[in-house]
Design a protein around this ligand. Structure first.
Ligand code: CTP
Ligand code: MG
Length: 208
């Protein structure tokens, strides 16, 4: 299997308040963590998207940055992992679970890490609750996400509406996407406080 990775590190970091990819975590820029993870896993190639060394330019939306990454990957890549630079704490074990799920018997187009939802979820209109959603069948998904190359390429060619992850595109073209165990520590650095949280997770773990 020819397995490639895309790390998306473009975007404006508006909620973070500046250049998120370059923020320092554990002594290195945020984007390095994702690159390091893919290097540890031993992929056949990695494309970095964004204003980072050897990075290619990103696009206006996250999905446009992924598309730019896809265009830079050889057609021979039959498995593609897509990862947000904003999730520095994803583990090697998680990548292994994704690749195993993708190799399952049957027509599996993708695999994504998921964690249970802790909060009670409500649908609202303005400030009024309209409905309490049964969370028994709800999960929160993370990156990296793993896909068969053909499914991801077809999805990106066909879906132009706004989506928030690659799985949504593959789902939209009818691809079967499986969930594997995600990890609560694999937080997404969205706000500045999330970086402090990631730093404290690292410090806590180094003390063990
Ligand atoms: N991303 C990207 N290109 C974009 C938007 C986002 O490569 N046009 C990447 C970010 O670098 C990040 C991941 O997609 O690793 C998730 O996006 P998000 O956390 O939303 O980052 P930003 O879009 O930069 O932040 P914000 O939405 O707060 O502006
Ligand atoms: Mg964004």
């Amino acid at each position: 299997m020819n397995t490639w990775g895309i790390v998306v590190a473009a975007g404006s970091g508006s909620r973070f308040g500046g250049d998120k990819h370059a923020a320092i975590l554990g002594g290195v820029p945020l984007w390095r963590w994702a690159e390091r993870l893919f290097a540890e896993v031993g992929l056949d190639g990695v494309v970095l998207v964004g204003d980072v060394p050897a990075g290619i330019p990103g696009g206006a939306r996250r999905q446009d940055s992924v598309a730019a990454g896809l265009a830079a990957i050889p057609n021979s890549a039959d498995i593609i992992l897509v990862h947000d630079a904003a999730r520095p704490l994803a583990s090697k074990g998680m990548v292994c679970r994704l690749l195993e799920a993708l190799a399952a018997i049957g027509e599996v187009a993708g695999a994504v890490p998921a964690v249970p939802i802790r909060d009670t979820i409500k649908r609202v209109s303005g400030n009024e609750i309209k409905e309490t959603i049964d969370r028994a069948h709800l999960v929160a998904v993370q990156t990296p996400q793993a896909f068969k190359g053909e499914a991801l390429r077809t999805a990106h060619a066909q879906i132009t509406s706004d989506v928030t992850d690659d799985s949504a595109m593959v789902e939209a073209i009818g691809g079967k996407v499986l969930v594997v165990d995600g990890e609560p520590r694999n937080i997404k650095v969205t706000f500045a406080a999330d970086l402090a949280m990631a730093e404290s997770l690292l410090t806590e773990e180094s003390r063990r």
